[in-house]
Design a protein around this ligand. Structure first.
Ligand SMILES: Nc1ncnc2c1ncn2[C@@H]1O[C@H](COP(=O)(O)OP(=O)(O)OP(=O)(O)O)[C@@H](O)[C@H]1O
Length: 267
């Protein structure tokens, strides 16, 4: 098995991967992409195009029907066991009624590092306090997660991912329902992690932010339409093939005018 700290191949390596759900629906078809270390990749496509399916396959929540996913040169299961992958879910995937505090949720990021008794060490506690401070949620530490605003909830899950200290970070729509200050904070954090060597995959409908925030972009419509550096891939022909010509025009004019396209306009 490769050493995750010295491994210099593709960090997320998806090879000819398809997912067909038990009811016969096709989630993704024959997708291949290879993300390098220390990069930020946007995963974009219309509703139902397979973004979540691809993420869930990379995270090991969904098994590919065919093809193969490797993370840092090892199977997804091995990477998960070594705590190498952190995930920030969409708000809808979380049971907000669950009676846990913000600090408890952030501590969950440390579970893979704890001993079998699951008693947090001084290091675990320090990592949790540092992650909460970095996400500016220390004052919320005792609050029950269901009582927080949408932007505060996002920051809690980012802090959990930070506390985990993983080499790969997958975020599902991190900008939905957050204000401009939180959005800037999330991006500053993600860039900081990228500069520390973390590989980041972001599912986003905030298309006009992609050139500003990301190094690579993957465009999907069940199949892979295009993948590569933003500078050469985020262009009119690929956007048209993925979203249609009206949306491609709207996105590109928003990029040039440096304004954002509301995500609801992409449904
Ligand atoms: N559990 C499931 N069982 C059956 N079909 C599914 C399941 N989950 C997703 N699908 C189907 O797989 C396809 C891809 O869905 P997916 O959720 O991956 O798209 P998405 O790009 O993430 O969409 P959105 O932008 O709306 O979140 C869709 O046709 C969807 O109906």
């Amino acid at each position: 098995m490769s050493n995750p700290h010295s491994y210099d191949g593709p960090v997320i390596d998806v090879s000819r991967t398809s997912v067909r759900y038990p009811d016969g629906h096709l989630g993704i078809q024959d997708i291949s992409l290879a993300l390098p270390r220390a990069s930020i990749c946007a995963l974009i496509g219309p509703n139902g195009s397979g973004k979540s399916t691809l993420c869930r396959t990379i995270l090991g929540f969904t098994r590919p029907t065919s093809g193969r996913v490797q993370l840092l040169g090892m199977t997804v299961r091995h990477a998960q066991k070594q705590n190498l992958v952190a995930y920030v879910p969409q708000a809808e995937e979380v049971d907000w009624q669950f009676p846990v505090s913000v600090r408890d949720v952030v501590m969950m990021g440390r579970q893979g590092q704890m001993n079998w008794l699951r008693i947090p060490s001084a290091t675990d506690r320090r990592c949790v306090e540092e992650a909460m401070a970095r996400m500016e949620i220390t004052d919320l530490a005792q609050r029950q997660i269901g009582m927080l605003s949408g932007g505060q909830k996002k920051r809690v899950f980012l802090a959990r991912a930070l506390a985990q200290g993983s080499r790969i970070l997958v975020l599902d729509e991190p900008f939905t329902g957050v204000d401009a200050h939180t959005e800037q904070g999330i991006m500053a954090l993600i860039r900081g992690l990228r500069d520390e060597g973390v590989t980041v995959l972001i599912v986003t409908h905030a298309l006009s932010n992609v050139p500003q925030y990301c190094d690579h972009v993957a465009m999907v419509s069940r199949r892979l339409i295009a993948f590569g550096p933003v500078s050469t891939t985020f262009n009119q022909s690929h956007l048209t093939a993925t979203f249609g010509d009206v949306m491609a025009e709207t996105v590109l004019s928003a990029v040039h005018a440096d304004t954002s396209v509301p995500s609801w306009s992409l449904s």
